[in-house]
Design a protein around this ligand. Structure first.
Ligand code: PLP
Length: 402
């Protein structure tokens, strides 16, 4: 039988890299009564949310909001812009890039998967020079889109999206650039317009601090123009009817009213704090957590310091140690949820999420749970990560202006 009374006492530590903890302010907004989604109050809310959300994507163009998880928005990006048999160039950064590649194949596209080999390949970001070289070879422009994951949630690597834009331009190639920032948005710096992204895909349950259930496509003029001739079948996901309806703050089908209250509140919170401070806050937490992992004498999954994720940190276990067993012990013993190693990283590492509604002490508690769990499992640690992170946080101001 379903047991909803699963926490014995205190707060559960939800330190997976999304869904992230939902702040009380957002929970309160979501709990307001559901209203008529065709009435005037809803139209005003819709217009407000559709306008404010552009600021987080840093775009002047429309942002489409779907009542779905991020996977739906992946599909929407592909079916709105591509035709059966189109070639798509994707880059294997990790498990989520792999799932998106699989989806492209299932939709009848011809995806090519570039990447560095093996599990070690998942310890780096997108290699823009490989994309440039492949596009230069594509003399007759068979490749219609380049698809990359900004923040690869399975590894903790945040790729340089502007470098990919420059690579496409340097190759003189007209392919669309599509970027999944499902776990990057509102935690890591992201600039849809400035970086020349054609379709940005995101979701609600990470940096936006909402429950799962909303996803996004931010779209360029070029993507909109392409969507007018794209032939993959689509109906629910089609941008045109949604854009038309959104002009007045409505949707063609029933939107998720209460999650939109929550989104409205989340956008206010983020904009009140200021996006630059939000990014700084995440960078600082990430640095603190990496300081802890280094003090333990363990390896971080991401091998390239230039692309360490501000959202999560992958902690690699010593050879022969099963990360999943340790993660389960930590969950059972300390009511602390960590992310599992996925795909090629299964059993090799666990992931600590440090995004959204955290603070220094929730992270210290999470690191405490990890440290205790590692010790209980017999993993030899060089020193105390908790002490190292406390020192780090004490020495670094909470506000970027200080
Ligand atoms: N892409 C990335 C980078 C993700 O982190 C996730 C989910 O965690 C997805 C895609 C899939 O999104 P969803 O699970 O919301 O459908």
């Amino acid at each position: 039988m379903l047991n909803l009374n699963f926490h014995s006492s205190g707060r559960h530590f939800l330190q997976i890299p999304g869904p992230s903890p939902v702040p009380d302010r957002i929970l309160r907004a979501i709990s307001m009564p559901t209203i008529n989604h065709r009435g005037p109050e809803f139209g005003a809310l819709g217009r407000d949310v559709l306008d404010k959300v552009k600021k987080v994507f840093k775009t002047r163009n429309p942002v489409i909001i779907y009542p779905s998880s991020g996977t739906g928005a992946w599909e929407a990006a592909l079916v709105n812009t591509l035709s059966p048999g189109d070639r798509v160039l994707m880059f294997e950064t990790g498990h989520f890039a792999t799932l998106w590649h699989k989806m492209a194949r299932r939709l009848g596209l011809e995806p090519e998967f570039l990447g560095l080999p093996g599990y070690e390949g998942w310890r780096h970001g997108v290699q823009a020079d490989m994309i440039k070289a492949r596009l230069k070879d594509d003399h007759d422009h068979q490749i219609k889109a380049v698809c990359v994951v900004h923040n690869e949630t399975s590894t903790g690597v945040t790729s340089d999206i502007y470098a990919v834009r420059r690579a496409i331009d340097a190759a003189g190639h007209p392919a669309l650039l599509m970027v999944d920032t499902i776990s990057g948005l509102a935690s890591a710096d992201y600039r849809h317009d400035e970086w020349g992204v054609d379709v940005t895909i995101s979701g609600s349950q990470k940096g936006l601090m909402l429950p799962p259930g909303i996803s996004f496509n931010a779209i360029s003029d070029k993507a909109i123009a392409t969507s007018q001739t794209a032939q993959l079948p689509k109906s629910f996901w089609a941008w045109d009817e949604i854009i038309e309806s959104n002009k007045n703050g409505y949707w063609p089908s029933t939107p998720n009213t209460n999650l939109l209250y929550g989104l409205n509140e989340a956008l206010d919170m983020l904009l009140e704090e200021g996006l630059e401070q939000v990014f700084y806050r995440h960078q600082r937490w990430a640095e603190g957590v990496r300081t802890a992992v280094e003090a333990w004498g363990l390896e971080i999954q991401c091998l390239d310091p230039a692309v360490h994720s501000p959202v999560l940190t992958g902690v690699v276990m010593p050879e022969g140690v099963d990360a999943d067993k340790i993660r389960k012990l930590i969950e059972d013993r300390f009511d602390l949820s960590l992310g599992a190693g996925l795909g090629k990283a299964k059993g090799k590492m666990f992931r600590i999420g440090h995004l959204g509604d955290c603070n220094d002490l929730t992270l210290i508690a999470a690191l405490g749970g990890c440290e205790a769990g590692l010790k209980l499992s017999g993993v030899e640690l060089k020193g105390s990560g908790v002490t190292a992170a406390l020192d780090y946080f004490a020495k670094h101001p909470l506000n970027r202006a200080d």
